[in-house]
Design a binder for this molecule. Structure first.
Ligand code: TYD
Ligand code: MG
Length: 471
């Protein structure tokens, strides 16, 4: 064998050296359901419990630190902070959307809009885009420009200042945005984007993270608000984009039954306003209509002799809502008694049933119980307890609540009537709907002057007393 000269051997030596010094490609495993990260493959996700959801992905070295906060930033006194950088907001043109955003779109904010497929995320964003007087760029990775145009024709609006762009490559999108200079950018959807910087598949956790990070940086640097549409998984969590939740400024969730016409837009997180705000929309053939007075539609017209219904006053964020609790209690014909709820916590219903059984002394163990919150809304507010107990008892006895009464109180395990927050808002909302009487907790009225409300307010301390008064 011929011995290579030193000059021949050098390239091999350099190649070997460069291979040694080249950084290793780092891969990690991500749960595609919740976004949890693991160094090794695992069969069952330790954080969400889903099986077989870990996928190997190449991670990027990019970090999304706070370098977008300008270099000249220096510590300032907290008193000066607000006047110097009070949030500049622009209206979205939709009052209900402004409400959930905390009073309008904050410049340079990143907003994630989540929701099940077909709920109307694209529709609401396009509606905002075509009705806005400012320059808006609507980027779609899911539909062609023609499809979007057809949708905007359906909404019945077109605007000189709305631009469409069918693209999924993030760097192309950022370049085009910079050139066009829109005042609002909409991305439909984050799961369809891909960045050249990393190799992971489109829609994978790494890609979603990477694209979200780059968009965050872009929003802060250019000071334009960006709306990201994100799909949710079958459990209703904004998975995939769940990894974005900590990164973005605001998370909105679009909810509702696809077969119902009413849609709720909820705030899950908001750095610029209160959370758990609620906006209501109605899906029509020509787009979404804002519902400015939801209580009116949620409260069905009263049939005077219907048993098992009772209106209750709940609070969604700062917004009082009058809802109707509907219960059906009927003897079980065979097998175990059924308990079924729609729009309410199942465990809470079981607790209320136990309270009614023990404290009022009615036997519900041989009864099927169905509970429905009218209007397709999901309620967690415990202020609906009294309305639910009343509806249950009214259905059991088959005696309607005669007068038009609205209830707002929590029921404790001892059958005691407990106070709820912001009672005056609830009472005023009931009054606006023309309700004449309100049943609340005694403790709520200690600090209130009952005369200030222009409707009759009755205060109770025991569930027993309420039922004695009513039935
Ligand atoms: P879409 O907004 O595409 O939902 P998402 O982007 O969340 O997946 O779809 C909304 C649904 O509403 C779709 O099934 C069609 C229907 N729709 C209307 O009823 N009226 C309308 O004006 C529009 C545009 C859509
Ligand atoms: Mg869509």
């Amino acid at each position: 064998m011929e011995i290579p000269s030193i000059s021949d051997a050098l390239p091999f030596y350099l190649l070997k050296l460069s291979l040694q010094t080249m950084p290793k490609v780092k891969t990690v495993y991500f749960c595609q359901n919740c976004g949890a990260e693991s160094a090794k493959w695992v069969g069952r996700c330790t954080s969400c419990g889903a099986w077989n959801t870990y996928v190997e992905e190449v991670t990027s070295k990019t970090s999304y630190n706070v370098d977008f906060i300008s270099k000249k930033s220096k510590p300032i006194n907290i008193k000066e902070a607000f006047s110097e950088s009070g949030y500049a907001r622009i209206s979205s043109g939709l009052a209900e959307l402004d409400r959930v955003l905390g009073g309008g779109i904050v410049e340079g904010s990143l907003v994630l809009v989540g929701g099940e497929p077909g709920i109307g995320k694209s529709t609401i964003m396009l509606q905002m885009a075509v009705k806005h007087s400012k320059k808006v760029l609507y980027v779609s990775g899911e539909e062609s420009n023609e499809q979007i145009k057809m949708r905007s024709d359906r909404i019945g609006a077109s605007s000189e200042s709305c631009f469409l762009y069918a693209e999924t490559n993030l760097s192309e999108i950022l370049r085009a945005t910079e050139k066009l200079g829109p005042e609002i950018l909409i991305i439909d959807s984050i799961q369809t984007l891909h960045s050249d910087r990393i190799e992971a598949a489109v829609g994978s956790i790494s890609q979603v993270k990477e694209c979200g990070g780059q968009l965050l940086k872009f929003a802060k640097q250019k000071n334009i608000p960006i709306f990201l549409i994100g799909h949710v998984n079958k459990d209703g969590a904004i998975a995939g984009p769940k990894v974005l939740e900590h990164m973005v400024d605001t998370v909105l969730q679009f909810e509702g039954d696809r077969h119902h016409t009413y849609r709720m837009l909820r705030t899950i997180k908001n750095r610029f306003g209160s959370t758990s705000e609620l906006g209501m929309f109605e899906m029509r053939t020509n787009g979404l209509r804002e519902v400015t007075n939801p209580s009116e539609i949620l409260l069905s017209p009263r049939e005077p002799d219907l048993s098992g219904v009772a209106p209750g006053a709940t609070l969604e964020g700062s917004r009082p809502l009058i809802l109707e609790a509907q219960a059906l209690v009927s003897p079980t014909t065979y097998g175990n008694p059924q308990r079924s709820t729609t729009g309410y916590d199942h465990k809470r219903l079981m607790m209320l049933l136990a309270v009614v059984e023990k404290r009022i002394g009615v036997r519900l163990s041989g009864q099927d119980v169905f509970l429905n919150i009218a209007g397709g809304l999901k309620v967690q507010d415990t202020a609906l307890d009294l309305a639910i107990c009343t509806a249950l008892f009214s259905s059991f006895e088959d005696v309607p609540v005669k007068e038009e009464i609205c209830f707002a109180a929590e029921v404790g395990l001892g059958g005691e009537i407990r106070p709820v927050s912001r009672i005056e808002n609830r009472i005023n909302e009931a009054r606006k709907l023309g309700i004449k009487k309100m049943y609340v907790s005694k403790h709520n009225m200690k600090l209130q002057d009952a005369g200030q409300f222009k409707i009759e307010v009755k205060a109770f301390s025991k569930l027993n007393d309420v039922f004695r008064e009513l039935f």
